[in-house]
Write a new protein. Structure first.
Length: 434
């Protein structure tokens, strides 16, 4: 009886571990060969690429892409990505379209926005990937693996006890048991390595979050340091003269800009955790995974698209930031849709550049697809931008008291919306500049 129970326990544990390994292999091994994985979050490419699946994207030269290829590209030159089919090539631009869509995408894709060409697809894997990528998912996998190892150990104890009572087996049976034990040992080692890997990943994630908090808290202290007193000023301290505060921040920004040339400004939403430097790199990849000081960090940085004017003098510009699970970076923006009075309590965005300060009033926020037309930043005239602006106003989750004037300039704060594949955007219109 003990022998049967031992074998059953060992078999169940083995099957579970094998399934976990088979799930993790397609999520990890391709990355070793430079293949990037992207989840399919909308129906725009069905039925060939369905929601919940994962596409494997290989980096290629834009010149090698042909009509009918399926490509992944970044929209608006920010962190948002879309996978659609190429239906035309015009100069240095791709004309794209979702297979399930009736019309082509509203904005052509510049060669510089290309991530790569789709070379493989696995259905349903995105949901698994998203879950495993969360702290809860990793803890669940860790717990299951640990339980399996304990089951193996229990089965081994039962088998050993049974073997001691029946030591008269033939050499053939002994050899069979030896091989089975060897296989179990390999699986135990593999499971143990997975547990260690999960622990390392969780530890790295925690340390990365903690490090990001330290880095950006230090920056806030540096940018608000009054050099005459060598003390920091509180951004929201009403006893501090606003002009004096702004002078301090401008002076410190310019000094910090000498050390960090990509630093172009500072963004703050009073009463929130959003008090961050604004960066602009040579491309829109670097600050997805690096803090303002160039240090590798999963929180990244708040950044302005690489092809926008650093003085915020254009009609329309977009700032990107990660939606961190701990609510940092632009993760706090989701409170606008989660808390009823949040807009009334936090209605304005202040942006400091190297030579001026601007106040923007929030007038709209909502969730949107990654390929939406709002991610087109190349509007040349006010007339060209007007229809997009009108949609921004109409789409809002709530109707704001703000009557925005788009001719003064509009900014969009964009972040991810969890694992839905959509984005959450907050639009604000410039009120004043000095």
């Amino acid at each position: 009886m003990k022998k049967t129970i031992s074998k059953l326990i060992s078999t169940i544990a083995t099957i579970v571990i094998v399934l976990i390994i088979l799930t993790l292999v397609p999520l990890t091994v391709p990355k070793l060969f430079g293949i990037k994985l992207y989840g399919i979050m909308t129906e725009s490419m069905s039925p060939q690429y369905n929601v919940g699946g994962v596409v494997y994207v290989k980096s290629v030269e834009a010149s090698s892409v042909k009509i009918d290829d399926v490509i992944t590209y970044r929209t608006g030159r920010g962190e948002e990505s879309v996978t659609h089919r190429v239906i035309g090539i015009e100069g240095d631009k791709f004309v794209t379209k979702g297979d399930a869509n009736n019309t082509e995408d509203p904005n052509p894709v510049l060669f510089g926005q290309l991530v790569g060409k789709v070379v493989f697809y696995v259905p349903y894997l995105a949901k698994v990937s998203d879950y495993v990528g969360t702290t809860r998912g990793l803890l669940s996998a860790f717990s299951v693996i640990l339980i399996c190892i304990l089951l193996w150990l229990g089965a081994a104890i039962l088998a050993k006890d049974n073997a001691s009572k029946d030591s008269a087996g033939t050499e053939e049976i002994k050899e069979s048991k030896k091989k089975a034990k060897s296989g179990d040992n390999l699986l135990i080692i593999g499971g143990s390595l997975l547990v260690v890997g999960a622990l390392i990943y969780l530890t790295y994630g925690y340390l990365s979050y903690h490090r990001a908090n330290v880095i950006y808290d230090d920056f806030e202290e540096m940018v608000t340091l009054d050099e005459t007193t060598n003390e920091t000023i509180e951004i929201e301290d009403e006893s501090v003269d606003p002009k004096f505060r702004d002078e301090v921040i401008h002076k410190r920004l310019n000094k910090l800009h000498e050390t960090y040339p990509d630093l172009i400004g500072f963004i703050t939403i009073p009463g929130t955790k959003i008090n961050y430097p604004i960066m602009q790199g040579e491309d829109d990849e670097f600050y997805l995974s690096h803090a303002y000081n160039g240090e590798v960090n999963s929180s990244g940085a708040i950044f302005l698209t690489a092809y926008s004017n650093i003085n915020f003098s254009e009609i329309y510009q977009i700032l990107y930031g990660h939606n961190m699970r701990v609510g940092t970076m632009f993760g706090g923006l989701h409170k606008y849709e989660q808390e009823e009075d949040y807009l009334k309590e936090h209605p304005s965005v202040y942006i400091y550049t190297l030579d001026k300060v601007m106040k923007y009033d929030i007038f709209s926020y909502y969730n949107v697809d990654a390929a939406d037309e709002i991610y087109n930043i190349f509007y040349q005239t006010i007339e060209e931008f007007e229809p997009v602006f009108e949609k921004m106003v109409k789409r809002s989750v709530v109707q704001s008291d703000v009557k925005p004037e788009y001719s003064q300039g509009i900014i969009t704060l964009s972040t991810c919306n969890g694992s839905t594949g959509r984005r959450f955007v907050v639009h604000a219109a410039r009120d004043w500049t000095y």
